[in-house]
Design a protein around this ligand. Structure first.
Ligand SMILES: Cc1cc2nc3c(=O)[nH]c(=O)nc-3n(C[C@H](O)[C@H](O)[C@H](O)COP(=O)(O)OP(=O)(O)OC[C@H]3O[C@@H](n4cnc5c(N)ncnc54)[C@H](O)[C@@H]3O)c2cc1C
Length: 572
């Protein structure tokens, strides 16, 4: 193994997503000597593919904008959402330390944020639901500032980034959807594309970084500024002990192994188990062999942190109602390779997209969150049948909003029909035949939906009834941003299979992110953050950003604990 790898440090961080890098940067600011190891050749993990949204109630940007919620409203929302799994210690930590983490990163590092002051929580009918101001996103970042490190940043997820260019939610996305309809949007897109192609010619990739890519870029920039050793292509394979204490890890790099000792401890931050077949089979009821689940997270997230933690005496929660952050996914054919996984996060809520099972029946409010839609699909699927659905729309919708990987006008449809990703029928009966859906059932569904859709009503499932539904819909579609009749044909559909954005079940920790043993006592020197820490939301999904907000916050908390630096707990 190359001898230039450090053999010791204060804190060893395993994994380079939000959880790992937040721990590393915080620890380095606090004066610790930090090493981050990353199994892949790129840093950033799922985080670099994500939307970059972080659920952080009472954050300083919201408060500066005059949104000053009392803690009890937030607690009330979580109490209703999490039920018996509501854990006061974790909730208090997030509410108190989340805003401090934001202030700390803005003050001490290159990490900065933009507000989510219009972003509602998922469940607007739950008491205490927020209508905005509880989330933040990473501020866009100029990739040039990374210098040579740019090469090490995981590129955006190809399936959702046209020409490798991430589109930010909000105004940017609206411009892309309106590019062929409104001149200012057309000009915006033209500018974005021109800049992107110039950047690609000069640097091999886009440099206007947004979303999770900007978050990782900012964390990497901060890590470099602080002199953190960032080791790629280096996997942790075993933890080292010094008596009771976890004191480092055996790592593998270019086929050889060596030890990195860590005086203050080890942070597990390997992004959960979205591609660990055995654990998926054990914890995902819809995936009896583990193969019936297609996560959109990177394939190298194979549950290593959970296994390392278990070998050290920790235990993984197996009692969550949902062990993953479910998302509807369609499989994108790739010549000679495994299909890509397109997570359907945006277009489901636009007016005129429906989801049906193979009996032709709807099973959910399609405009609800990706997690809720999948839970509804699981509930509607008879035992023994695969949990599959079809998402369908008419020609007008397809060209206006796109459907999955099929992008809106002016992108062509034909390649997607040819490779079988997109099904088409001149009539609903033809579409049903092309997809293997029950034709009578589908005709009935369309008749029922269309009967009230022109008035903007969806009495069956209530599309458009929550603020979250409406913000995901199309503001210019009246009276209901989420409801429009389907037809005339031709009609289109893509097949939906169960997928996820990551996993929720992880190592049981306390609210200091310390991994707990079988007796629920902390294992000295061992921390778990991000998706290696069992989600404080315990399998529920109350709002967008509930993985990255806690990942950043508990990374910050773990680093303080490892550094022996008390957390400030006075409330500002
Ligand atoms: C398309 C998409 C959009 C999303 N949008 C959002 C959003 O807006 N907000 C939100 O909260 N969540 C979002 N998510 C989910 C979120 O991205 C993940 O839950 C989160 O990034 C996980 O962070 P992490 O730090 O735990 O792990 P990751 O970011 O996945 O990083 C883990 C890293 O550990 C590395 N690793 C694995 N094993 C080892 C080993 N043995 N040794 C060394 N390194 C190892 C992996 O290669 C990986 O790079 C989204 C997910 C997807 C796919």
């Amino acid at each position: 193994m190359s001898s230039d790898l450090p053999s010791s440090c204060d804190l060893l961080v395993i994994g380079s997503g939000a959880g790992g890098l937040a721990s590393a940067v915080t620890a380095a600011v606090l004066g610790l000597d930090v090493v981050v190891i990353e199994k892949e050749r790129h840093f950033g993990g799922t985080t670099a593919w994500s939307g970059g949204w972080m659920w952080l109630p009472r954050n300083p940007l919201a408060r500066a904008a005059g949104i000053d919620e009392d803690e009890e409203t937030i607690r009330s929302y979580l109490r209703h959402e999490l039920g018996e799994d509501y854990d006061e210690a974790f909730v208090t930590m997030l509410i108190e330390q989340g805003p401090r983490m934001v202030e700390f990163f803005r003050r001490e590092s290159a990490v900065d944020f933009i507000d989510g002051n219009l972003m509602p929580d998922f469940h607007g009918n739950t008491p205490g639901a927020g209508t905005g101001g509880r989330s933040l996103c990473a501020k866009p970042f100029d990739g040039r500032e990374l210098g040579a490190r740019l090469e090490d940043l995981r590129p955006p997820l190809a399936e959702i980034a046209p020409f490798g260019m991430n589109i930010a939610s909000g105004a940017d996305l609206q411009h892309f959807l309106n590019a062929t309809r409104k001149l200012p949007s057309f000009l915006h897109v033209l500018r974005r594309l021109a800049r992107h192609f110039i950047d690609r010619a000069s640097h091999g990739r886009g440099l206007h970084l947004v979303n999770g890519n900007a978050l990782v870029a900012r964390l990497l920039k901060s890590a470099d500024n602080l002199g953190i050793a960032l080791l790629k292509d280096t996997a942790a394979v075993e933890l080292l002990r010094d008596g009771e204490r976890i004191a480092g890890a055996v790592v593998e790099h270019e086929g050889t192994r060596r030890m990195i000792r860590a005086a203050r401890g080890v942070v597990l931050a390997t992004g959960g188990f979205p591609h660990d077949l055995a654990r998926k089979s054990a914890l995902f009821p819809h995936a009896p062999t583990g193969r019936e689940h297609w996560s959109a997270a990177p394939r190298t997230n194979t549950g290593d942190g959970l296994k390392l933690g278990e070998a050290a005496g920790g235990h993984v929660r197996t009692d969550l109602p949902n062990a993953g952050a479910w998302a509807p996914v369609s499989l994108v054919p790739k010549p000679g390779g495994e299909p890509g996984r397109f997570p359907h996060l945006v277009e489901r809520a636009k007016p005129g997209a429906l989801m049906v099972r193979r009996d032709g029946m709807r099973f959910c409010n399609e405009a609800d969150s990706y997690h809720d839609v999948m839970q509804a699909l699981f509930a509607a699927t008879p035992a023994g049948e695969p949990a599959e659905a079809w998402m369908l729309c008419d020609h007008r919708f397809l060209r206006r909003y796109g459907l999955g990987r099929v992008r809106p006008r002016p992108f062509p449809i034909r390649p997607w029909l040819s490779n079988g990703y997109l099904k088409r029928g001149a009539t609903i009966a033809e579409l049903a035949a092309a997809c293997g859906i029950d034709a009578a059932g589908l005709a009935h569904t369309l008749d029922t939906y269309n009967a009230t859709a022109a008035e903007g009503r969806d009495p069956e499932f209530g599309r458009g009834e929550t603020p979250y539904n409406r913000i995901q819909g199309a503001a210019d579609n009246r009276p209901n941003p989420c409801v429009a009749p389907l037809g005339p044909g031709p009609f289109y559909a893509v097949r939906i299979v169960p997928g996820s954005l990551g996993t929720f079940a992880g190592l049981k920790t306390d609210a200091q992110a310390r991994v707990l043993d079988q007796r629920d006592a902390p294992i000295p020197g061992l921390y778990a953050v991000g998706n290696d820490m069992s989600s404080m939301m315990a399998g529920r999904y109350p709002a967008g950003g509930i993985t990255l907000g806690p990942a950043m916050t508990f990374g910050y908390v773990a680093a303080h604990h490892a550094g022996g630096v008390p957390l400030a707990n006075n409330r500002s």
